[in-house]
Design a protein around this ligand. Structure first.
Ligand code: ADP
Ligand code: ZN
Ligand code: ZN
Length: 828
């Protein structure tokens, strides 16, 4: 070790699978501290993640600036991110960035200035950069230029122009995240007797009143409040200041978007017998050192939320904190407001609609202990809480818990990890658990708790199946427009809706497909309108009269003629929610209908507004995509109709049946949640499919048992673990070559491991390679996609193989990318 030279390892939020060592000239910043470091030609924000590796000291660059007085990232989160980086094969800096509010990893800001164009000949991309800059005098932000030019990265061009003296470059150090403050007037000297007051204030009656008003409001008040609402002048307050009775201070203000939403009254409920038993088991866990995770399997309407709430109460009473994960905040306003009703200001709600500033505020409140419960979607897992007592994952089976960009973590699995690190109770709750969790519960890795009955003696609704094949026969195969339901809603479903409307009850209609029709086909030549960038058919939206790609958002005016043969005989096929809305409007002209899907919920509070109207009885029929299937608790909903259960069943993905079963069970669970009872009608062409039959019978075990068998040959999770490797390029041939190259490289690596006694600890024994083949969605966002799977029973061996591939396989040159998705939720 070279004496006297301090160094640290720094993780940078860059797609590079390693950390970097820098020397530190002052005191060594502790782990989790943000630092500004030189990197290539830039300056970057990184995090100290360890003592620097030993080695050559010469040429080691120095940390430019230490940005935090105390580490921004608590030590346990640094460790969690280290684990994420390792397990999901992601750079640690990327994991840290995902764990923190954006303002804390805002990269340093780079500016360039055009100096001298001269008469140099520039390459086309360089020319675009130079043209853009010559239209704008003075330093220009690189990020703005990149966005304006839509060029992906402009750094190659900037560097080459810098090298030739065309540009100059400077990096402004990042600003500290802004903290909003308010001016507060606070009493600093308390006056006792009346005589004392009279003496001090004399004739200054307004000062005396202002002082009294401050006393009445607890000793301090906002300056704006005193001056605005109470009408004291600035002079009056200055007078108090002069007498050294009060002080004006800036206090941090938290921007809370929920400030204006009403907190409902917390109802006093007595736990049912089943709830009591489950709660007792969980509370036992609170007093264990490292409790095993719990799977709380409770049917829809069995009162899982109340069990969570009571568990939180117990955790707080023990001086501990808690995290509650929900699949999507916007879709679960009822659940969130129930927590707020019980814990009010102890709750920080981490909403995807928060601005960066609001998010940072919530984060600080959790970090400094002002709020002890974090509720949010998957990233709430990283709430900077200490001494966590409970981590709750509601609807643990939801695919939204998996992050789709790097680091591609699964929040449910990380919840288990984080709880373990804190000795906290981890509760995974669902009516339809993932097969992974169910398997873990059956094998004894998790503890299995049940809520087998609906609260208050309510029964699960009766479910009936309507065979769409029979329906088509009835219509004589010919005119699907026949009848009030226009071939979209069967006679039976229309009749059932009539009955409910007459009784002033509410109806939910589910169809998991947006738009009006999911594809446009020419009757003459069979041509289907496809996206320009994806191998996806374009969905017709009637409201906008456009055809839209639901993956890349490409859109065009709806065609009136076939682009291939010119025929005007186009058919709009594949019913979507827009069409259901139209049919329902025609069939039930008196009914008030609300549609909830991506297209009707773009505003920040749009979900809440729609659901509030349903709650207050202003809506008779709520129709929509899977958005309306989850967590909603409306006692007047007595009928749920599934317009077509087959959507999604035939996707080339091993979780297709599981997702169908979950969706059907969850949406069925919205019906009959009160004494009014309820029924469910499912329209399908696959009435005999086990996912449909299990949903009809409300029989999770039946579904899970059968599905486990289905996943034996070929074997899929939970029997094995998977890594999906997706290779993509705008060049079709290059994507194929790179995928084949990667697969071959890995095959050689695996067979080298298999050689006896040579594998040592670094082997990938038991790992099997499947593919490569074109991905089910062959082209997406203008990139051709190939994939292959790594499959095996040992997470460790799988991890080693995947890491070897990520680090040592050299992709062919050109625009080609390789993405490793560990424990994927979909293989599309
Ligand atoms: P789940 O999440 O299991 O579907 P919820 O937690 O939404 O069920 O509970 C369903 C309904 O039952 C809610 O309206 C809730 O307020 C009510 N509820 C839950 N527990 C009780 C109880 N012990 N007594 C009375 N009502 C309850
Ligand atoms: Zn045609
Ligand atoms: Zn597209």
């Amino acid at each position: 070790m070279s004496r006297g030279v301090a160094r640290v390892d720094v993780a940078l939020p860059l797609p590079i699978h390693r950390t970097f060592t820098y020397r530190v000239d002052g005191p060594i910043p502790p782990i989790g501290t943000r630092v500004l470091v030189p990197f290539r030609r830039d300056e970057r924000i990184g995090w100290v993640v360890g003592p620097g590796s030993r080695g050559e000291i010469k040429g080691l660059k120095s940390v430019l600036s230490v940005l935090d007085e105390t580490p921004t990232v608590p030590a346990d989160l640094v460790e969690l991110c280290r684990w994420i980086a390792d397990y999901y094969i992601a750079p640690m800096g990327i994991a840290l960035r995902a764990a923190l509010p954006a303002v804390l990893s805002d990269v340093s800001r780079d500016y360039v200035t055009l100096r001298d164009l001269g008469s140099r000949s520039l390459r086309p991309r360089e020319q675009r950069v130079a043209d853009w800059l010559s239209a704008r005098p003075g330093p220009q932000r690189v990020r703005t230029m990149r966005r304006d030019l839509g060029m992906g990265s402009v750094w190659p061009e900037v560097r080459s122009l810098l090298a030739r003296g065309v540009l100059s470059h400077e990096t402004l150090p990042p600003t500290t995240p802004s903290v909003k403050t308010r001016r507060v007037v606070r009493i600093t000297r308390h006056l006792g007797t009346l005589a004392e007051r009279d003496e001090i204030f004399g004739r200054a009656g307004r000062q005396k009143e202002a002082y009294a008003s401050l006393e009445a409001s607890g000793g301090s008040s906002d300056l704006s409040h005193l001056m605005g609402n109470e009408g004291f002048s600035r002079t009056v307050i200055a007078g108090l200041e002069e007498k050294e009775l009060v002080q004006l201070v800036d206090e941090e203000e938290y921007r809370d978007p929920f400030v204006h939403t009403a907190v409902p009254e917390a109802p006093k409920l007595t736990l049912t017998q089943h709830q009591r038993v489950a709660l007792a088991a969980l509370v036992d866990g609170l007093d264990e050192r490292v409790p095993a995770p719990y799977l709380l399997q409770g049917i829809t309407g069995s009162g899982k939320t109340l069990v969570y709430i009571e568990l939180l109460r117990e955790a707080l009473a023990r001086g501990r904190t808690a995290i509650v994960l929900v699949p999507e905040i916007a879709l679960t306003p009822q659940t969130v407001s129930r927590f707020r009703a019980h814990f009010a200001d102890d709750v920080a709600v981490l909403h995807s609609g928060l601005s960066d500033g609001e998010r940072y505020d919530a984060w600080r409140q959790l970090r400094n202990g002002e709020r002890r419960i974090a509720i949010g979607a998957r990233s709430a897992l990283f709430a900077p809480l200490e001494n966590i007592g409970a981590v709750i994952v509601d609807e643990e089976h939801e695919g939204t818990y998996k992050q789709s960009d790097a680091p591609r973590y699964h929040a449910r699995d990380l919840a288990v990890m984080r709880a373990r690190a804190h000795g906290a109770v981890c509760v995974l709750g669902s009516a339809t658990p993932s097969l992974e969790s169910w398997q873990n519960a059956r094998s004894g890795k998790f503890r299995h708790l049940f809520l087998p009955e609906r609260v208050g003696g309510g029964r699960l609704p009766e479910v009936r199946v309507i065979d769409l094949r029979e329906e088509r026969k009835k219509e004589g195969g010919g005119s699907p427009r026949a009848g009030r339901g226009a071939g979209v809603l069967s006679r039976e479903l229309v009749d059932a809706i009539d009955v409910r409307l007459r009784k002033r009850e509410q109806v939910i209609l589910l169809l998991n497909r947006r738009g009006y029709s999911s594809f446009v086909q020419c009757r003459e030549c069979g041509e289907v309108e496809q996206c320009e960038n994806c191998s996806i058919s374009l969905t017709f939206h009637r409201v906008t009269q456009r055809i839209v790609c639901h993956h890349c958002r490409f859109e065009a005016p709806a065609p009136s003629r076939c682009p291939r043969c010119g025929s005007a005989d186009l058919s709009f096929r594949g019913v979507g929610t827009e069409q259901v809305e139209r049919v329902a409007n025609e069939a039930f002209p008196e009914a008030r209908i609300a549609r909830m899907d991506v297209d009707t919920t773009s505003g920040k509070w749009a979900h809440q507004r729609i659901l509030a109207r349903v709650e207050s009885g202003e809506v008779d029929i709520l129709l929509g995509t899977q958005m309306i299937a989850k967590g909603l608790d409306f006692p007047r909903v007595t009928l749920v109709g599934v317009v077509n259960a087959d959507v999604g069943m035939n996707l080339p993905d091993f979780r297709g049946s599981e997702r169908t079963y979950q969706l059907l069970s969850q949406v069925a669970g919205r019906a009959g949640r009160s004494v009014l009872g309820g029924e469910v009608l499912i329209q399908t062409s696959l009435p005999d499919h086990y996912a449909v039959r299990a949903a009809v019978a409300h029989d999770f075990e039946m579904f899970a048992t059968r599905e486990l068998e289905e996943r034996l040959r070929p074997s899929y999770p939970p029997h094995v673990r998977l890594v999906n490797v997706v290779v993509s390029s705008p060049d079709q041939g290059l994507a194929a070559r790179a995928a084949e190259g990667g697969a071959n490289w890995l095959r050689r690596w695996l067979s080298a491991c298999a050689r006896p006694r040579r594998s040592g600890p670094g082997g990938g024994v038991g790992v099997e390679l499947v593919g490569p083949a074109p991905a089910p969605i062959e082209r997406l966002h203008n990139r051709w996609r190939w994939h292959f799977l790594l499959r095996g029973p040992s997470p460790r061996a799988l991890g080693r193989a995947a890491r070897a591939l990520a680090e040592d396989y050299n992709l062919p040159s050109g625009d080609v990318r390789m993405v490793l998705d560990r424990d994927p939720v979909a293989l599309l």
